[in-house]
Design a binder for this molecule. Structure first.
Ligand SMILES: NC(=O)c1ccc[n+]([C@@H]2O[C@H](COP(=O)([O-])OP(=O)(O)OC[C@H]3O[C@@H](n4cnc5c(N)ncnc54)[C@H](O)[C@@H]3O)[C@@H](O)[C@H]2O)c1
Ligand SMILES: [Zn+2]
Length: 349
């Protein structure tokens, strides 16, 4: 794959042997789409949403590739098997072959769906992601986790399916809602604690590139979450429970921010870190990334504990990713008493 590198862009390589790929970050990089599709591709199915501020159709057509664009619905209820069926039927009607390509242009919802559709069409064809949200750029579009929701739970059906390449066009970020930007910042705060990097001292392109690099390093060493990839769940055990307990009125990245501070209090409870490190967590999440770290008033601790037990990532008993003298690492089993005690130390708002 030939990727043109312009001076205002950064390229991070996700090293996965024969499935390695480039993530290109910068203003206007969407115009490089044709360089990322397989050279034999004649057709591209583009999956996007009506709200996404740009299209890659023109660049593909200029490169001699026929396109069909599918707009999927807005909202997690459309991240479903019915949407996948609709897409795959369009692929059939369009005559998409195994040499062709699916392209996801959007946030994490779009790229999760595009990746899953590509993993299933003709038992797997090429997919390229053009990420248009901060969450997508630093997290969802990287690493090959794809899938959809069932009524019984989020992301229950899916596949590991790596893209051929990812374009993070920072022009898209200008139209993001403040809440969507906040969610991206929640995930960035997570990366801060995984490495100790002062991400906010970097310019935007470098900051996104650094987050991609951190995720790429972890995915490169544990593609299918046998161990180290679990670190990416820092702050997420409480976050998943909190999203469900509040009927998703707390958005994912906002819940991660609260979950990061909770993880620090739990690590303190277990004697893994000192008070100063807890203060540092609050300072980074609230002071630097501007996110609230308080539990919403009225959320029942019993409900949160029950939900954390049923989280699909809880392998045996309660598992948390926690800070400590060796850095952030998975810790299991964690006693319910410690979990409850740390919850009672959370600020409530
Ligand atoms: N695969 C992974 O590793 C992974 C990681 C994190 C999250 N996810 C998934 O990603 C999804 C969340 O992703 P998200 O936060 O990007 O949200 P999203 O994709 O749902 O997008 C949020 C909203 O913003 C709109 N939007 C997207 N880009 C825009 C832009 N540039 N300007 C204006 N509006 C825009 C979308 O149309 C949508 O309405 C969830 O489904 C989650 O499960 C996956
Ligand atoms: Zn997350």
């Amino acid at each position: 794959m030939q990727v043109r590198i312009m001076s205002n862009q950064q390229v991070v390589r996700v090293e996965l042997g024969e499935r390695s790929y480039n993530v290109v970050i910068g203003s206007g990089v969407r115009t490089q789409i044709a360089s990322m599709v397989p050279s034999a591709a004649k057709r591209a199915v583009i999956i996007t949403q009506a709200t996404i501020p740009f299209s890659v159709e023109e660049s593909l057509v200029a490169a001699g590739i026929s396109t069909r664009t599918i707009n999927i619905g807005l909202g997690e209820e459309f991240k479903s098997l019915s949407t996948i069926e609709m897409i795959l039927r369009e692929c059939a009607q369009f005559g998409l072959t195994r040499n062709d390509v699916i392209i996801g242009v959007g946030g994490g919802m779009v790229t999760d769906i595009a990746g899953f559709a590509a993993s299933a069409w003709h038992r797997g064809i090429a997919v390229v992601h053009v990420s248009t949200t901060l969450v997508g750029m630093v997290d969802a579009a990287i690493g090959g986790k794809t899938g959809v929701n069932l009524a019984e739970g989020k992301n229950l059906v899916g596949a590991f399916w790596q893209p051929r390449g990812v374009l993070c066009d920072t022009d898209a970020l200008a139209s993001l809602s403040p809440r969507e930007t906040r969610c991206g910042n929640g995930e960035m705060a997570k990366y801060h604690f995984l490495t100790g990097d002062d991400l906010l001292s970097l310019d935007l392109n470098s900051r996104i590139a650094r987050c991609v690099q951190i995720k790429a390093d972890i995915v490169g060493s544990d593609e299918r979450e046998g161990g180290r990839r679990m670190l990416l769940n820092y702050g997420h055990t409480l976050a998943h429970a909190l999203e469900i307990a509040t009927d998703f009125s707390v958005a994912h990245g906002e819940a991660v921010a609260i979950g990061l501070v909770y993880a620090a209090l739990l690590a303190r409870e277990l004697g893994r870190i000192d008070d100063q490190r807890v203060v540092q967590h609050r300072q980074v999440v609230e002071g630097e990334y501007g996110l609230s770290c308080a539990l919403p008033a009225g959320v029942s601790h019993d409900e949160l504990i029950a939900l954390m037990h049923s989280d699909k990532k809880a392998l045996s008993g309660l598992t948390f990713v926690l800070d400590g003298s060796n850095g952030v690492e998975p810790v299991s089993p964690v006693s319910v008493d410690a979990v409850r005690s740390a919850l009672s130390r959370m600020e409530v708002r």
